[in-house]
Design a protein around this ligand. Structure first.
Ligand code: F6P
Length: 548
């Protein structure tokens, strides 16, 4: 891939620039729908239980054809096949990228360096299932013989966001007699608040870290260990019953004092942000049970298969990826909003932030050259109706183009009371209304026709033309969650392939880690930081002064 011609010099790229400049220079969704009402049905792609409507985009058949040509020219499907085959497409870390193997069926064969990895994947899933069942049934007891009532996952980034998001998303499927907490921040307040009302004798800590060297996680796990021992008369033996680890690094797990028998393994070909369907999902599996967890994996697999085999024009991750390229590279859109109309998806966008921004926040191509084009967008958003009363104003009437995904479900979760279930139509009415208002706006004529005084007309006019994708499913089940996550995983893949960047490394987080280690002694002991800049030195001095 590194010897590809420069992306922006490809004829397929310049064709899109020309297309943007002429016919669609001022594309209006009102006109596009007036000229072609059939787009409402035509621009819909179905995958698994997801109905993905992309009709409210600033596109025509020609735009789609040109985008598809770009995908062909940049060999997106070639890289996709290399990923599924287990080739080392993460070039800067020289690793295969095989999160898809985590949800492969038992009889699949996926080789890394000549070894079929699927049996290992299922061996770990089986071990997780047995453990989850023991915790859920009360057979796994703590050091004093009390059953486990609280599960605290300690991890950060991919070792936190995935399980925390999915636990929230699938709350209706969780064992409500167990309490789950997720600790990530090295701010001691996070662990303090997570454990302050828990009984150590009933608490299981799951230390989740791919590398088992991440300072935040190791620091929190060490403090959790002290908290546990303080509550259990300093009995070192208690650790074996109250701590398990999820990691690729058995050596470091043992060094920390966790019995390797209590370690659930995964592999270097699973990126942190692609890992919650691996052992990293143990807390989720305890919450929802092994069967539901496997249903979620089935959901991932539906979209994997779709991505692998659906033709380009009906390939959902490809289409969504291309739409993002269309706005990011040809309309200068800087961000992308993900707006779920489901309270249960309250952490979904935060999860996607890592997935997308850590993957595609790159400015060097696979050959090591600075890119001459925009890459990953800023991804942001919170559940829909809350956002409507906060930042939607800017999306509707601000100066920026912000493409958005609206995600909603036809049915509320079963356990809501009838009265609360009845609120669901109002929730979804908001989703549909927002998509409509964003796309079609309200013209000055329409505003005047309502008798609005002339001086207020500009303020009350909505120019519309804001693109949205609407993703609908019947219900937020474990399978549907898996489908949604895989959809975004592969969308991010498509964009990275087109931009010719390595979506699977994350060198950009390293410098801050190194500097934090260097600065810490200055805070604790007042030590000199070699080579510190004057601004940071002054801040350190002010901090030390203030905390006296
Ligand atoms: O610092 C970034 C990162 O490496 C993420 O990619 C990863 O998900 C997170 O830190 C946590 O890493 P680990 O699971 O190794 O503790």
């Amino acid at each position: 891939m590194s010897d590809q011609p420069l992306l922006t010099r490809r004829p397929e790229w310049t064709a899109l620039e020309d297309h943007r400049a002429d016919a669609l220079q001022r594309p209006r969704l009102r006109e596009l729908f007036a000229a072609d009402p059939g787009r409402a049905e035509r621009y819909v792609v179905r995958v698994g239980d997801l109905r993905i409507d992309y009709s409210k985009h600033l596109i025509t058949d020609e735009t789609l054809a040109l985008l598809q040509e770009l995908a062909t020219a940049t060999d997106v499907f070639g890289l996709r096949d290399a990923m599924f085959r287990g080739e080392r497409i993460n070039i800067t870390e020289d690793r295969a990228v095989l999160h898809t193997a985590l949800r492969a069926p038992r009889d699949a064969v996926i080789e890394v360096d000549g070894e079929n990895v699927v049996p290992q994947v299922h061996a770990v899933l089986d071990k997780m299932s047995a453990f989850a069942d023991r915790v859920r049934s009360g057979k796994w007891t703590g050091h004093t013989g009390k059953r486990i009532r609280n599960v605290v996952n300690i991890g950060i980034g991919g070792s936190d966001l995935g399980p925390a998001m999915a636990y929230e998303a699938l709350r209706a499927y969780t064992d409500r007699s167990l309490t789950f907490r997720f600790v990530s921040n090295v701010d001691g307040a996070d662990l303090h608040e997570a454990v302050r009302d828990l009984d150590p004798a009933e608490t299981l800590f799951i230390v989740a870290s791919k590398t088992f060297t991440t300072i935040e996680t190791i620091t929190n796990a060490t403090s959790a260990r002290s908290w546990l021992l303080a509550g259990l008369d300093g009995e070192e033996k208690a650790v074996a019953k109250h701590f398990v680890a999820l990691s690729t690094n058995a050596g470091k797990v043992t060094e920390f004092g966790i019995d390797p028998d209590n370690m659930f393994e995964f592999w270097d070909w699973v990126g942190g942000r692609y890992s919650y369907d691996s052992a990293i999902g143990l807390s989720l599996m305890i919450a929802i049970g092994p069967e539901r967890f496997r249903e979620m994996l089935d959901g991932f697999r539906i979209v994997d298969e779709h991505f692998r085999s659906a033709p380009a024009e009906a390939n959902a991750p490809l289409l969504l990826g291309l739409l993002g390229v269309w706005y990011g590279n040809f309309f200068e859109a800087q961000s992308h909003a993900v707006l779920p109309y489901s309270h249960y998806l309250s952490k979904f966008t935060a999860y996607l932030q890592q997935l997308d921004m850590e993957s595609n926040g790159k400015s060097v191509d696979r050959g090591g050259h600075t890119v001459g084009w925009e890459t990953g967008p800023v991804v942001w958003g919170t559940p829909g109706t809350n956002g409507q009363h906060a930042y939607y104003q800017l999306i509707h009437q601000g100066t920026k183009l912000i493409p958005a995904d609206l995600i909603g479900f036809a049915r509320p979760v079963a356990e809501l009371s009838d009265e609360l279930k009845a609120q669901h139509d109002l929730l979804m009415a908001n989703l549909f209304a927002q998509g409509q208002a964003l796309a079609f706006g309200k013209t000055a004529e329409e505003v005047r026709a309502e008798g609005v005084p002339e001086e207020q007309v500009p303020h009350r006019t909505f120019k519309g033309n804001h693109p949205t994708t609407t993703i609908l499913a019947a219900e937020l089940t474990p399978s549907v969650l898996g489908q949604l996550v895989a959809l975004y995983e592969h969308k991010v893949f498509v964009q990275g392939a087109i931009w010719n960047i390595d979506s699977f490394d994350q060198w950009g987080v390293e410098l801050g880690k190194v500097l934090a280690k260097r600065v810490e002694p200055a805070l604790t002991e007042g030590a000199e930081v070699p080579g510190i800049d004057p601004s940071t030195a002054a801040l350190v001095a002010a901090y030390r002064e203030l905390r006296k």
